[in-house]
Design a protein around this ligand. Structure first.
Ligand code: NDP
Ligand code: GDR
Length: 371
């Protein structure tokens, strides 16, 4: 009998990679998707199976993290061996705009999953993975950050995730449930949401190199993040649920990089060198060399400016994770380093933007560039 997994947030970056991973392992995978007025399944369309054929092992169900009765019914019907709770309003800056909704979906949503499992009497059968985050560490208390570092959340998102973290621990202790937090540091990929900083950068660099756009804007260039590849991180979500005992785990690369260095690396990938001039809100980046004959960029061209619109009311300045526990007890190691990640993202975005360039040359309007 194949194992049954239920993934909330199946249409997101991690949900898509985790679905692929579990299907390859022979799982039957059920995913929660939201109803939307346009299709929102781009990242998992390649996994879609016609429900009219036999041997279907990938199923999508409508639902929402704010809807308890829906979650209880689905978990009752699916009877999952493993639940991966990945659904969340996951954008830190946006959480300042919609704090109450973020608390409801990200904080109480986690309670709804845990309590559904308890109410249905599935405590002994169903293992639960909670998508916790390095944002819990917030204002720097110690570096590198490990499972014992105190939390100091700095956004409505992080505060909601702090509730989710502790309610997971509490249900584990109170009801003897197999429920774990994966405290994952930032992980990115070619299918990362377009408004997270890495993808915003790789998309803009590809468009600038191809002459589709002149420049783009960023906020805090000095924040530092511990970036890994999402493919490595979803493997760890599964490994966390295979451990003998339910515990909480930090997953990170142990290296940190400034946003401005990610900008340099992304431009360098297409043969363009930059220099930054000015300070704070007046900082800008200019082309100093263009080593690739395919891309015709003028030396001295301004390609990036700081826009204070992207500053956050409270910022998380430095994240660097210590994943020693996961290395020693779960055998965690990453296959991708930051260079591999940048290469993967740039190659993919150049391809996406070349398709747009082709359509635009043919007189078709493709898309606007949203920052
Ligand atoms: P994404 O933003 O790419 O995906 C979020 C998913 O949650 C989407 O499928 C989204 O649906 C769904 N969702 C949002 N709100 C609701 C809701 N109310 N009801 C049901 N589904 C909802 O996030 P990632 O894949 O990057 O991250 C996965 C999880 O891991 C999130 O919980 C995130 O907070 C957490 N995390 C992420 C890290 C990272 O670096 N990526 C690091 C640490 C933690 P839709 O497609 O319809 O919008
Ligand atoms: P983060 O990711 O907040 O760490 O949360 P994001 O990529 O949004 O920001 C990283 C850092 O870059 C700075 N920054 C900008 N960020 C965005 N989005 N847009 C900009 O223009 C910009 N300019 C500078 C930010 O200020 C920040 O310091 C991600 C999400 O996936 C969370 O769900 C997850 O929990 C954490 O990673 C770990």
């Amino acid at each position: 009998m194949s194992k049954v997994a239920f993934i909330t947030g199946v249409t997101g970056q991690d949900g898509a990679y985790l679905s692929e991973f579990l299907l390859k392992k022979g799982y039957q995978v059920h995913g929660l998707k939201r109803r939307s007025s346009l299709f929102n399944t781009d990242r998992i369309d390649h996994l879609y199976q016609d429900p009219h054929v036999d041997h279907q092992n990938f199923f999508l169900h409508y639902g929402d993290m704010t809807d308890s009765t829906n979650l209880i019914r689905l978990i009752k019907e699916i009877q999952p061996d493993e639940i991966y709770n990945l659904a969340a309003m996951s954008h830190v800056a946006v959480s300042f705009e919609i704090p109450e909704y973020t608390g409801n979906a990200d904080g109480l949503g986690t309670l709804r999953i845990l309590d559904a499992v308890r109410l249905l009497g599935l405590e002994k059968k169903t293992r639960i993975y909670q998508a916790s985050t390095s944002e819990l560490y917030g204002k720097v208390q110690e570096v590198p950050q490990s499972e014992t570092t105190p939390f100091y959340p700095r956004s409505p998102y992080a505060v909601a995730k702090m509730y989710a973290y502790w309610i997971t621990v509490n249900y584990r202790e109170a009801y003897n449930m197999y429920a774990c937090n994966g405290i994952l540091f930032n992980h990115e990929s070619p299918i990362r949401g377009e408004t997270f900083v890495t993808r915003k950068i790789t998309r803009a660099v590809a468009r600038i190199a191809l002459g589709l756009q002149d420049k783009f804007h960023l906020g805090n260039l000095d924040a530092q993040r511990d970036w890994g590849h999402a493919k490595d991180y979803v493997r760890m979500m599964w490994m966390i649920l295979q451990a003998d005992e339910p515990e909480d785990w930090v997953i990170a690369t142990g290296k940190t990089t400034r946003i401005r260095d990610f900008v340099h690396m992304s431009f360098a990938e297409v043969g363009i060198e930059l220099e930054f001039k000015g300070e704070g809100e007046d900082e800008k980046a200019y082309v100093t060399k263009c080593n690739n004959p395919k891309y015709q960029l003028e030396i001295g061209k301004e390609v990036l400016a700081v826009d204070p619109r992207y500053f956050r009311p409270t910022e998380v300045e430095l994240l660097i994770g210590d994943a020693t526990k996961a290395k020693n007890k779960l055998g965690w190691e990453c296959q991708y380093n930051l260079n591999d990640l940048v290469k993967d993202m740039m190659a993919s975005d150049i391809k996406v933007m070349q398709e747009q360039q082709y359509l635009e040359k043919g007189g078709y309007k493709t898309m606007n560039y949203f920052e």
